[in-house]
Design a protein around this ligand. Structure first.
Ligand code: GLY
Ligand code: MN
Ligand code: MN
Length: 470
């Protein structure tokens, strides 16, 4: 909810100004719009959701703007379940599935319509189009989304009209709407879980978007290599800005805060300050992804020798991670338990760590006890899509305890991280962090590596840098 606005320099609006503002505007209703390419896919997703909850009303909000100060707001990001079910990105919206007697549902998309020019709302206030930009009219939204759209300002009355209907809402997205419906928390959590489950397998349109996200990301990585000398002359921020430019030019944004980690920052899993030096002789771990205009993101990591050539110890670590990634990727195929790729990678890294004398063997015992985690830290991957950690609320039996199916998109991203203050490893290993992360789609035959356009082996990385490094 918007906080009250204070300390504006204008105190009021004269009747004359109000009258002046209401007149002299052209009719800008658009009659040239076509249904979005995604519309039939979103319709099929709604049919799948409907089948899971016969006889129940389902509410999937998009979310609201959060005020930071006066009319300065935090960046808005629509709830991914709403985007998936509608193809829409509007704020203050909600998808409502109203149950029908035959067990199916009728879908309505509630939206904030255009502001009337017959009063002051279009130019005064937080949602005013004159300040925030033109919205779609309800008729325009209906055409683009391919489903009936209603004025969100009447949603609570509309919902009250059917107040006996068992209702579920996704919680934590639109607090005001949530407060207006009396629902059961556990049943609401099941709805959120179902929306996550339904994103596990991507449809053909989504796979096209994932390809676009990864292809832009590949170009963004090449940009960063081409600008390496400018990063050396400034800081990790140059890398962050270089990738960001590509993301904004070709897509909507970055899908998550870019990790531009040079030197021992590479051992910090979520290093996003990106304010450190970029020094030849050290490694640069770059973990970044372009998010498309439709909000699908890539999630790719490469670890680069800043001088262009790995030192012997850096190469030893890099090659172990590369082999672990190869082992993990080989386990990505339809019918394979989801956990297999993680186990394959982690076992490989455990064996190396035992061999190097950093953890005590035998390998099976070390792995069973999880001793490798001191140096591997994270799980080997995750589902990818509208969220970088996609489908996070999916049922465990469908996700980590499930099996891979064609159309699933996941990352395979083993790593080794030797902290700068780790006294259990030789000094020259300290401060080395290596991760290699690719985005794979499960196919009927096995998998396709969507990010194969970037080099992976240590020799390929060096050759690539020799060619592109600026
Ligand atoms: N960039 C976050 C991750 O790799 O999971
Ligand atoms: Mn990543
Ligand atoms: Mn990842």
């Amino acid at each position: 909810m918007a906080k009250g606005r204070k300390n504006g320099l204008y105190e009021g609006v004269s009747e004359e100004l109000s009258a002046l503002m209401r007149t002299g505007w052209a009719d800008t209703e658009r009659h040239d719009l076509e249904p979005a390419e995604q519309a039939p896919y979103a319709a099929a997703r709604r049919v799948a959701l409907s089948a899971l909850f016969p006889g129940e009303r389902l509410i999937v909000p998009s979310g609201n703007l959060k005020t930071r100060s006066n009319d300065d707001t935090y960046p808005f990001r629509p709830y991914s379940g709403y985007v998936h079910m509608t193809g829409d990105q509007a704020r203050d919206g909600a998808l409502v599935l109203e149950p029908r007697a035959d067990g199916g549902h009728d879908a309505y998309c509630y939206q904030l319509p255009r502001d009337s020019r017959d009063n002051d709302e279009f130019w005064i206030g937080y949602t005013a189009e004159l300040w925030m930009g033109r919205r779609r009219s309800l008729a325009e939204a209906e055409t683009v989304l391919g489903l009936p759209c209603r004025d969100v300002r009447t949603i609570t009355e509309d919902l009250a009209a059917g107040s006996g209907v068992p209702t579920r809402i996704v919680r934590g997205v639109d607090p005001a709407l949530e407060a207006a419906v009396a629902t059961d928390e556990e049943r609401d959590i099941e709805l959120e879980g179902a929306l996550s489950d339904l994103r596990l397998v991507k449809d053909a349109w989504e796979l096209g978007e994932m390809r676009k996200a990864v292809d832009s990301t590949v170009r963004g990585f090449t940009d960063c290599v081409a600008e390496l000398s400018r990063a050396i002359a400034s800081s990790e921020r140059w890398i962050e800005g270089t990738f960001f430019r590509r993301a904004r030019l070709e897509g909507n944004h970055v899908g998550y805060g870019s990790i531009c980690a040079a030197g021992d920052h590479a051992t910090i899993m979520h290093w996003t300050d990106n304010d450190g030096p970029v020094r030849p002789g050290e490694l640069l771990l770059l973990d970044a992804g372009v998010e498309t205009h439709s909000l699908y993101t890539a999630d790719v990591t490469r670890t680069l020798p800043i001088s262009g050539t790995f030192t012997p110890v850096q190469r030893q670590v890099y090659d172990a991670v590369y082999e672990a990634q190869e082992a993990g990727m080989a386990a990505v195929k339809p019918g394979a338990p989801y956990r297999d790729f993680h186990e394959a990678s982690q076992r490989h890294l455990t064996a190396r760590l035992v061999e190097w004398g950093f953890i005590e063997g035998p390998v099976d015992r070390a792995y069973a006890l999880g001793l490798q985690r001191r140096f591997t830290m994270a799980g080997t991957g995750h589902m990818l899509g509208l969220d970088v950690h996609d489908c996070a609320q999916a049922r465990t039996e469908e996700y980590v305890d499930g099996v891979l199916e064609p159309g699933m998109v996941l990352t395979v991203e083993p790593g080794l991280y030797f902290q700068p203050d780790d006294l259990t490893v030789p000094e020259e290993w300290r401060g080395i962090g290596v991760r290699i992360e690719d985005d794979l789609v499960v196919t009927e035959e096995g998998h396709e590596n969507l990010s194969a356009g970037l080099p992976r082996s240590s020799a390929e990385v060096e050759a690539w840098m020799a060619r592109f490094a600026g």
